[in-house]
Ligand binder design. Sequence first.
Ligand SMILES: [Zn+2]
Length: 248
Amino acid sequence: MKITRQKHAKKHLGFFRNNFGVREPYQILLDGTFCQAALRGRVQLREQLPRYLMGETQLCTTRCVLKELETLGKDLYGAKLIAQKCQVRNCPHFKNAVSGSECLLSMVEEGNPHHYFVATQDQNLSVKVKKKPGIPLMFIIQNTIVLDKPSPKTIAFVKAVESGQLVSVHEKESIKQLKQEQGLVKNPEQRRRKKRKKISGPNPLSCLKKKKKTEDTKSPASKKKRKRIRIRNRSTSKVLSEKQNAEG
Ligand SMILES: [Zn+2]
């Protein structure tokens, strides 16, 4: 069981590392619900998280999460103690604290530049996190830590980046690095160039069509003009011919 669990974690972690620049030490952003679950499940986060993720981790939280835990009172005293041992990361709410979930969401906005993992038991927060691409989500089931699989939104984002529909600095860099590592850099570019040439190749056909179209569009107008001219010509030519006849 543990081996498969760790295999899954390794796979998911690799995905986030390759596509979103997630690196050690992994920044695990905890909220009160996660701390409470760790307490209940007797999960020693400092020992088990690095073991589970097979890398160095940094437990961190925000002032808003700590304030929320303080206001919630004695029931969450243990959770508060766990949160207080975490590094406190600056959030934009130094004047007016917001709810823990709102604060954590704000920490991973705009492409999650600090590569935070969000660790929460809050379903509402989880749903919102999953809607943003590139944020590793963690939770606790009974007494085990789980790194959630990449969300459909995250997978769709990566596919879009790979197919060139989206341009993102981080993703482009990581993809380039991957391609360089695998020696695939030259071939895709050449293929792209060829494709572009091929795309430019069929243009003569479309040009021919366009020519036909332009001829079709031009010809009635020119006929009309010709007709008009002819009519004028007829009248003028008659006059001219009469004149010529008279002069001749
Ligand atoms: Zn905050």
